[in-house]
Write a protein that binds this ligand. Structure first.
Ligand SMILES: O=C(O)CCC(=O)C(=O)O
Ligand SMILES: [Fe+2]
Length: 322
């Protein structure tokens, strides 16, 4: 079957429509989807009513088309997965005893499309690259909608290859020599400073999770195209490539949750790189499966009326197969 195909923002983002569960097993469809994903900046969606009750096995198999599925669930989140699968649930659903069955993040709902652009005053939307504090950061994610509220809860995506190329030459040259320092301890301490019940790392955990350095302009391992990369709540400083970090500075970032002023190099670019020419607002319908490339896009969740409506998303993390 030939599926209707819709592009989202120029060459960024592509949707295949009227997709049936069996298409997801078809080798020709899988190859086409991979190529389209790659050719459209690393953002692909498939849509089809009958995907709304897809089995977790089928979703896992579909994810394997794009990368190696991460098999272990993050410690402490076992009660927020699809039972028996490394699929994280995100949203506001609860277990029968009333405890949360999904990871929920309370962020504001968009009031107009102007809110898509990063606002330096509110620091929202929380645009980010996922998990660059990890030794091998995810190459992408597969995100599937089980149930969506009538408004809100859109996921926003921005094309960081196009954004990099849109910067003036002298600015690109500067970024090419820079690295982001990404630390889990900093991330947890930052959250703990506004939600005191959120635990910080023990000294042993901190020693086991040293900060990682990632390039600010990451060359995609497949295409070699550069993209802006490495901003999230774990990003505590930006330094010239290879520059040593002083222990006292790292202690300030990790133990006090202080973000170094150098992170402004990235934050100052955000209002521009999240402008309309680079972004897609994905409005979820049950069944949708979006695959994003974490090396060439950034994304942000948005809020909804969680007292009135239900959101349930299933998320699989993709790792480098090599
Ligand atoms: O909930 C969303 O729309 C986005 C969640 C997100 O940032 C993630 O799963 O990495
Ligand atoms: Fe994310």
């Amino acid at each position: 079957m030939i599926h209707p195909m819709v592009t989202l923002n120029g060459n960024f983002g592509v949707v295949l429509e009227q997709v049936l569960p069996d298409d997801l097993d078809d080798p020709a469809f899988r190859a086409q989807a991979y190529d389209l994903w790659f050719a459209h900046g690393g953002l692909l969606a498939v849509r089809g009513e009958r995907l709304a009750d897809l089995s977790p096995e089928k979703l896992m198999e579909w994810a394997e088309n794009f990368g190696a599925v991460e098999q272990k669930t993050q410690a402490g989140r076992e009660d927020k997965t699809v039972p028996g699968f490394p699929i994280l649930r995100i949203g506001n659903i609860c277990h029968p005893d009333g405890t949360p069955a999904a990871q929920f993040s309370n962020v504001p709902q968009l009031s107009s499309d102007d809110d898509i652009r990063y606002n330096p005053r509110t620091r929202r939307p929380v645009w980010h690259t996922d998990s660059t504090f990890r030794k091998n950061p995810p190459i992408g994610s597969v995100f599937h909608c089980r149930s969506a509220p009538p408004d809100g809860a859109e996921t926003l995506f921005a094309d960081m290859q196009k954004a990099y190329n849109a910067l003036p030459e002298n600015e690109r040259r500067k970024l090419d020599g820079l690295e982001a320092i990404c630390s889990l301890a900093h991330h947890d301490k930052k959250i703990n400073s506004y939600s005191p019940e959120y635990p910080v790392l023990t000294p042993e955990q901190r020693a086991a999770n040293p900060p990682r350095r990632v390039p600010l302009a990451l060359r995609h391992p497949v295409s070699d195209k550069p993209a802006l990369y490495g901003l999230n709540s774990s990003t505590c400083a930006i330094v010239p490539e290879g520059q040593e970090i002083k222990t006292e500075d790292l202690n300030l970032w990790d133990l006090e949750g202080v973000e170094d002023d150098s992170v402004m190099i990235w934050r100052a670019m955000l209002p521009f790189v999240t402008g309309p020419e680079f972004t897609v607002k994905w409005e979820w319908q049950p069944g949708d499966i979006v695959v994003w490339d974490n090396r060439s896009t950034i994304h942000s969740g948005t809020g909804f009326d969680a007292d009135q409506h239900t959101r349930e998303m299933w998320r699989i993390t993709l790792l480098d197969a090599t």
